[in-house]
Design a protein. Sequence first.
Length: 272
Amino acid sequence: MFQVRCLFLVVLLTWLAPVVVWAQVETPAAANKRLFDRTVDELNFRTMETVYDKTFTRRKFPVSLRTQQQRRQFDDFNGNADLKKLFLNYNDLSERFKNRFGKGRTDLAEFERQLNGLLIDKNFEFFISVIPRDERIALIRAEQRIIKQATAQFNASQDPTPDELATDAATVPPADATTLPSGDASELEDVAPQPEVVVPSSGGPIIRSADVPSTHDWFDYLTLALALGSSLGLLYVLTSVLPEMRARLNELDPTHATRSSDSLPSDRYEDE
């Protein structure tokens, strides 16, 4: 019996030793990169799950599809080839966000900026445009909470201190006005920053930049038409219906004709 226990302890230590060594060897940068990739997978899963569940009321997106490879093998779209192509394209495009972190800056600010970039990406906006506006706002707020949870787990032990950042900023030469930003072709295509629509996470109204052209849906136009119709109806009642009703009431009142026909008593100075 004692030999069996010793053998079990040896096997257990042999199995745990690589795990302990790997945990000690993994650097904070590698851990942060793994956290970033896992968060991107979670954001992509939540997005595809919401769009799928709102598209099919009697179907549910499987909760086991947590990776890009697993989501690519999913084929339950009720024979809708266009919708399947849309999901596959977004699954591949959103996977590219994993390559945007880990090269160059790897601090907390860059980590959060890259994750938030997924929520303002044009492919993300196009993919969720098939669901109602309220559902889109709820999805963005839910994914913002996921990003906040990921930033709370970020290991910032290797991030530069404020003093180091100030020193680096002082040593950087002034940028040339004609220099284009470095990056891939997709970044060079649009050099000027585009205004963004900020979706608050506290349930308040949506704050839209003044430079963004306002977009209205059918409900806004219907509200405007109803308001104009109500105003015109009220004006018609005040200018036409009420005067006509007043005239008819005066005709039906016999005392009104008597009062209108009686003349005022005249003063007779002769009697005095």
